[in-house]
Ligand binder design. Sequence first.
Ligand SMILES: O=C(O)CCC(=O)C(=O)O
Ligand SMILES: [Fe+2]
Length: 318
Amino acid sequence: MSKPEYVELPILDISQPLQPSSLASLSKACKDWGFFHIINHGISKDLCSQMHYLSKILFSLPSEAKLKLGPFSSIKSYTPHFIASPFFESLRINGPDFYVSAKSSEDILFDKQNYKFSETLQEYCSKMAYLSEKILKLVLMSLEDGFEKLFYDSEFSKCHGYLRINNYSAPESLEDQVEGLGMHTDMSCITILYQDEIGGLQVRSHEGKWIDISPSEGTLVVNIGDMMQAWSNDKLRSSEHRVVLKQPVNRFSLAFFWCFEDEKVVLAPNEVVGEGNKRTYNPFVCSNYLKFRENNQKGRFEKVGYTVKDFAGIKSQL
Ligand SMILES: O=C(O)CCC(=O)C(=O)O
Ligand SMILES: [Fe+2]
């Protein structure tokens, strides 16, 4: 397999108003890669360490305990190994009341011990929800100055978030490169990702090359999801990405997805399409796309019509 190349994605200091040059690099990164980094985001190192600590406790529970939250339980917050990959398992915490969601899993997982599980998750998720709103406004601004004022309240004020705590177990053999999470696009508007220091996240270039998105302390990764790609009439890119496991160690990540409400009709406003440009998507209801993806989950991404383009894209007539 050829060595992945390197891409320099912008690192935005989001504690400061963005300068025109940063907005320009954000705009380019969202169009070319759909990925960028943020720093000074207000998520402390301490909070990330606490999340890591809780994740270790949670995923080291016996399978029987975790499966009480599994696909065949009423709560369904746990995805066991062998669904996404043999190495991947995750726990989902839903908004808008992250505390209640975390507590319902906590009560089933742990007897009476108090690890401050739900409090910590609530703190992390509410900070992520706040950050998502802020970043979405910057992304709108990067499309065109004034779009955040024009569209944020009317189109994005009912967005909601959920967190996936992802655990990748250490592969035994590294002879072939091991896929921890196969190629996919996110269904969100945007995703904010914390990855530990192990590395392995890769984004696919337009030419189909896999490029490493290396971890860096204090930095979060942001990526554009399918909903924003459709809403922006393809001006923002929802890139395929995956996780490869290159070291014989456990890997941990936190993916926070900021999504449209289920009943939202996703349709790029005329101003976003721009005069003289063709629409690239038919309008669709958000939840119908989510169902479409669920039904295709077992299909191989490369072979089966699987993305928002396959679902609602308008085929160009050549
Ligand atoms: O674990 C990672 O770094 C990426 C996870 C991811 O892409 C996802 O959960 O959608
Ligand atoms: Fe993803």
